[in-house]
Design a protein around this ligand. Structure first.
Ligand code: COA
Length: 326
């Protein structure tokens, strides 16, 4: 099976109905629509009362509906999240149960906002071995449960949602996932943190106070984000003897329009080449790229043969890109 590319045969997404606008946030913390919009490009975000696995399950249901497949067809479920329901069972196993994908192997991947890129790389590699016929890769987050709603530095940035794609070996040897690139920088892990809540370990006797909310060094992450987009795009272009002129769309992780503008400038690419929808969803971490791809696919933006680069970056720190010929 090595040498055969996997193609994205379908997409699906699900976002909760509840909308939290910048005006709503003005009533909660010392901020303004003007500050949030000019610094980030975000106008509103979705807030979920359901679990991360349920959002993901609904995105997969929509995906299967869109491509007319049955849950029993799914061989592998890779669920990408930094806001799982539990330590165990994984969100992937909960989605398997939710949709009745009894034939699937299911597990989670955590690479924060790069989660979907990492998940796609893992799933693509496993399907390429021939051991799995296909894979569903889900990116889903309920970040609202990891937000300190009194901290204006972070609460204006994030949102909830889910997206999913279905991949299987391409019948056309020239199309599909052509190349991938991933990198991690564990030495910079302190720049963006959300700790898991631990129960007191009576054996050790320590009673640690754990703050589970997202904290980050905004400026440091901003610089990292811009340079990681530039590196990830340039690396995958160079490795494939391509230039930005060959690329129809760059689909970045959706976190801040200023980050995307700076990266576009440094890459000398028109901002129009970058798809953005962050104004209506905020930063949905591992869900942002599959939601973007689903919206683009559903509005028929992709034409057969288009070259697309997906690029992610986030906590870990982690980053990477995927080159797809549609
Ligand atoms: N409303 C109003 N003022 C706010 C605010 C808010 N929501 N959040 C922060 N501020 C204040 C700060 O307290 C600071 O005040 P001070 O100068 O009195 O100390 C001031 O605004 C400027 O802060 P600064 O850090 O210079 O703003 P910035 O231009 O760097 O923008 C971020 C802040 C967070 C928007 C920006 O750093 C960013 O987007 N970073 C990347 C974050 C991200 O995307 N993380 C996820 C990556 S996957």
């Amino acid at each position: 099976m090595f040498g055969v590319h996997n193609c994205v045969v379908g997409t699906g997404m699900y976002v909760p109905d509840k909308i939290l606008t910048n005006d709503d946030l003005e009533k909660m913390v010392d901020t303004s629509d003007e500050w949030i919009y000019t610094r980030t490009g975000i106008k509103e975000r979705r807030i979920s009362s359901e679990d991360t696995s349920v959002l993901g399950g609904k995105a997969v249901e929509n995906l299967l509906k869109n491509i007319g497949k049955n849950p029993l067809d799914i061989d592998l479920i890779v669920f990408c999240t930094m806001s799982p329901d539990n330590n165990t069972p994984s969100c992937a196993c909960l989605v398997q149960k939710y949709i009745g994908a009894k034939n699937a192997t299911a597990f989670d991947v955590n690479a924060a906002c790069t989660g979907f890129i990492y998940g796609l790389v893992v799933a693509d590699s496993l399907v390429k071995t021939g051991k799995y016929k296909n894979a569903v890769i889900v990116g889903s987050e309920v970040l609202s449960k990891l937000i300190n709603w009194k901290d204006r530095n972070t609460c204006v940035l994030f949102g909830d949602g889910a997206g999913a794609v279905f991949i299987e070996p391409s019948l056309d040897v020239n199309t599909g996932i052509l190349d991938t690139y991933t990198k991690s920088m564990g030495e910079k892990s302190d720049s963006l943190v959300s700790k898991s809540i631990t129960i007191e370990n009576s054996l050790i006797g320590e009673n640690k106070e754990i703050d589970p909310y997202i904290v980050m060094d905004g400026r440091e992450v901003f610089k990292f984000a811009v340079s990681s987009i530039v590196e990830s795009v340039n690396k995958i272009l160079t490795d494939n003897n391509l230039s930005t002129d060959d690329i129809k769309y760059i689909v970045p992780h959706q976190d801040n329009i200023r980050i995307i503008e700076s990266a576009a400038q440094r890459l000398k690419v028109s901002l129009d080449k970058f798809f953005t929808n962050l104004y209506k969803y905020g930063n949905t971490s591992g869900a942002s790229i599959p939601i973007a791809v689903a919206e683009m696919n559903e509005s028929k933006k992709f034409k057969k043969g288009d070259l697309i680069i997906l690029v992610g970056f986030g906590g870990g720190l982690t980053y990477g890109s995927v080159l797809i010929k549609w």
